[in-house]
Design a protein around this ligand. Sequence first.
Ligand SMILES: [Zn+2]
Length: 262
Amino acid sequence: MTNEVWAVRYGTRVTTRTEAYLNWHVYGEPDESFRMDYFFWIVRGGGRTTVVDCGFDPEVGRRRGREVLVDPVDALAALGIDAGGVDRLVVSHAHYDHIGNLPRFPDAEVVIARREYEFWTGPYAGRTQFAHATEGDELAHLSAVRDQGRLRLVEDTLDLAPGIELVVVGGHTPGQLVAQVALPRGAAVLAADALHFYEELERDRPFFVVADLLDMYRGFDLLREMTQDPGRLLVAGHDARVRDRFPALPGHDLAVRIEEEK
Ligand SMILES: [Zn+2]
């Protein structure tokens, strides 16, 4: 199975180490600012398109102080993909920057971890330390998708399609998903927010939004294992270095092709 994987950068902001990393003070290093990008991903193979996450609603992103580089649905259109016609949308987790445009994919089967869905529709979803990264109406829309019979729940792992495997890792959220996509040479590991920045893995430093710290460290170990063989390409969810690591998709400023590292 030949798959092609693209990462699309649709938003950006400048943050600081203190804001981005859990308990930054324990490292005894000075704070500094750095860029945080926002991505979603596209997998094409076997005549089908799978969209992985759908970005924040531009209005919500602006309200939260994020810079909108492109409306994610417009970015898809520029790549020849009509959101209204997408039939498979994987949701790595339910934070606002990953499910914000769900209503604009009315025909898609939406794939999410059962633990993720049950947490965000359960009694603890509204507690501030969890709720700050979500939007109530967006979580309600997930439930609406389920009522419509379009929600597919992943238990621990799922072979979604030839060459596309989903793994529930938890950590960042209760049911954070990672996708592994077979490529002609090796595989792409779409970590989404199991790894916001490569530095989290390189220096073993968790991001500040944590549902379960032990699961987050286990997720780091799993990502190391998944990417130890040659040809395994690790794609972080929010790292500006994604643009340096992978070649631009010709004709599309904001997209890179996950095929081999530059
Ligand atoms: Zn995110």
